[in-house]
Structures are given as structure tokens and as C-alpha cells.
Design a protein around this ligand. Structure first.
Ligand SMILES: Nc1ncnc2c1ncn2[C@@H]1O[C@H](COP(=O)(O)OP(=O)(O)OP(=O)(O)O)[C@@H](O)[C@H]1O
Ligand SMILES: [Mg+2]
Length: 278
């Protein structure tokens, strides 16, 4: 983990005056047929914080995130954002709420036939009445914020993995969201590029105060960006709180999970250090 840590700029994300109860999840349950995927989840996400969701593959992290942004309706329970129960909203109210959120999901999902600039401009074209040239100006500004202005005219196919992630982030912030969702932002990236994406997430959180919810497998990434962490097991919150509380949790299952992730990160870093020394 040390090699990766050195690649990260300090200080880590401190969060901006977090305010409890911004997003409240109560008794959330979700089943696909007989399979219970979320089993009575309670969470309190603070305004302005970076909240990280971890847990073994298949434990329900992506499903949880889809509920948080109103994309999937639960079998039971509620998600309340600033006092609004997401699943009781009229379609027009839900649309307004969605405009306050940005999604940067696994895979990035950039449209292959559009340039990077046009991909970032798309949410502005679809959701505002802004003049075409002004839309492009805003899109360029967003690309500049993620360090990708030089790639504005390229097609997504010619971008590296890290550039694709940054383009997806530029698109996610096109409408100046108050809440940003990331599903596995560092998946498939080498540690240095992953650290760059982490730093970008921190910058957006610190500079604009965007409440940020991140699903990740990557412990060094969670250590870098999180204000608070939740670890899910079998569709339930097994631990939640400040990083140090979670990393040193008394539950053996949590400690085993964290130690395994730590070993994986160390092995990966050793592989890279060996490769670079060759
Ligand atoms: N639309 C669906 N229909 C049926 N089962 C689903 C559906 N979506 C998810 N599941 C199941 O729900 C469980 C949790 O899936 P989810 O994608 O939330 O896990 P995850 O924690 O994000 O896993 P990973 O770390 O591999 O991304 C899995 O067993 C998955 O197969
Ligand atoms: Mg997932």
C-alpha cells in the first residue's frame, strides 16, 4: 500500500462541514425473485462528505447505489433526500431530483459515435435551453476541470482507461450536481491513474462541496477519499463510520475483509514495483 500512498497528494479529503441526515435510508429491502439482495439497510449520508461503500462481490453495493439515485424501486423501505421520499415523488419531481445528481457508473458508458466534447455537452443539450455555443463553452470548462481539454475532439475509442473515466466524470458534472455517484471509479486502472481519479474526486468534493458516494473494491482508494465508510455483507450494513473505526472493527468478518483487501493492494503494488525495476 505504501507505494500507492506515495503517489497520492496530501492532504486527504477532509469534507466540507458535513451535515447529517442529507440522505437517509431506512429499512431498505430489495429482492430479485427469491434472492434477497438488500435486507433492511439503514444509512445516514451527510451533506458534503465522501461516503464510500465497500464489501465482497455480489453483496449488493451497485444495487444499493441504484436505489440511492432513484433508478431502482425497493421492495420495502425508503430513501429520503433532503426530506423528499425518492420513491413517493411524482415523475416530474423525480426528474428534478435526478438533475441534481451526477452518475459515473462502471464502464463509463460514453457514446462511441460522439466526440468527448459532445459526450459532455449531451446532458446540457437534453436538459437545458442554453444556446449551442454556450453549451460547448460549459462542456469545455468541465473538460478543463478534469484535465482533458486537449482530448475534446477525440472519439471515446481513442482514449486510455483513465481518460475515459475522466471524460465520464466531466459528463457527470455537466449540470453542476449536488450529489455525485461513482461505481468502481478505479476499476481497471493502474495504481497511478487510479490515484489521479481519486484526487479528482477529492478536488470536486472539496472545491464544490459535492456530496459524493463511491462504491469501490479498492482499499487504498477508500483510505484516500473517504470521510466515512460502510461495509456491506449479504445485503446488510455490517459496519459504518469513520475509516479508522471501520478498519479496526471488532467484528472478525470485517477485519478479515479489510486485511484481504490490504494484502491484495500490497501484492498489486509489489507487482508494479517489480515491473518498473525491470
Ligand atoms: N437485475 C437483476 N436481476 C437479478 N439479480 C440481480 C439483478 N441485479 C443484481 N442482481 C443480483 O443481486 C446481487 C447483488 O448485485 P450487485 O450488483 O448489487 O452486487 P455488487 O456488490 O455491486 O457486486 P460487484 O462487487 O461484483 O459489483 C447479485 O447476486 C446479483 O446477481
Ligand atoms: Mg457492483
Amino acid at each position: 500500500m505504501s507505494w500507492r500512498k506515495e503517489a497520492l497528494a496530501q492532504p486527504q479529503c477532509p469534507g466540507l462541514h458535513p451535515e447529517a441526515g442529507f440522505i437517509r435510508v431506512e429499512g431498505l429491502g430489495m429482492s430479485f425473485g427469491d434472492r434477497i439482495v438488500l435486507d433492511g439497510v439503514d444509512l445516514d449520508i451527510h451533506r458534503g462528505e465522501v461516503f464510500v461503500i465497500m464489501g465482497p462481490s455480489g453483496c449488493g453495493k451497485t444495487t444499493m447505489m441504484r436505489h440511492l439515485c432513484g433508478l431502482t424501486r425497493p421492495t420495502r423501505g425508503s430513501v429520503v433526500i433532503e426530506g423528499q421520499d425518492v420513491f413517493s415523488l411524482a415523475p416530474s419531481e423525480l426528474r428534478t431530483l435526478r438533475l441534481r445528481t451526477g452518475l459515473a457508473f462502471q464502464g463509463g458508458a460514453l457514446l462511441g459515435s460522439l466526440s468527448v466534447l459532445e459526450n459532455v455537452a449531451l446532458p446540457l443539450r437534453e436538459n437545458t435551453d442554453l444556446d449551442g455555443e454556450f453549451v460547448l463553452e460549459i462542456a469545455r470548462m468541465k473538460l478543463e476541470m478534469v484535465g482533458l481539454l486537449h482530448a475534446a475532439d477525440l472519439l471515446p475509442a481513442s482514449l486510455s482507461g483513465g481518460m475515459k473515466k475522466r471524460a465520464a466524470i466531466a459528463r457527470a458534472i455537466a449540470l453542476d450536481p449536488e450529489i455525485l455517484f461513482f461505481d468502481e471509479p478505479s476499476a481497471g486502472l493502474d495504481p497511478v491513474t487510479a490515484a489521479e481519479v481519486d484526487n479528482l474526486i477529492c478536488k470536486l468534493n472539496q472545491v464544490f462541496g459535492i456530496t459524493t458516494i463511491v462504491v469501490t473494491h479498492d482499499l487504498p482508494s477508500a483510505q484516500c477519499i473517504a470521510d466515512r465508510v460502510a461495509v456491506f455483507f449479504d445485503g446488510r450494513v455490517a459496519a459504518v463510520g469513520e475509516k479508522e473505526h471501520v478498519w479496526h472493527h471488532q467484528d472478525e468478518r470485517i477485519r478479515d475483509f479489510i486485511e484481504r483487501r490490504m494484502r491484495e493492494a500490497d501484492e498489486r503494488d509489489m507487482d508494479i514495483a517489480t515491473f518498473m525495476a525491470m
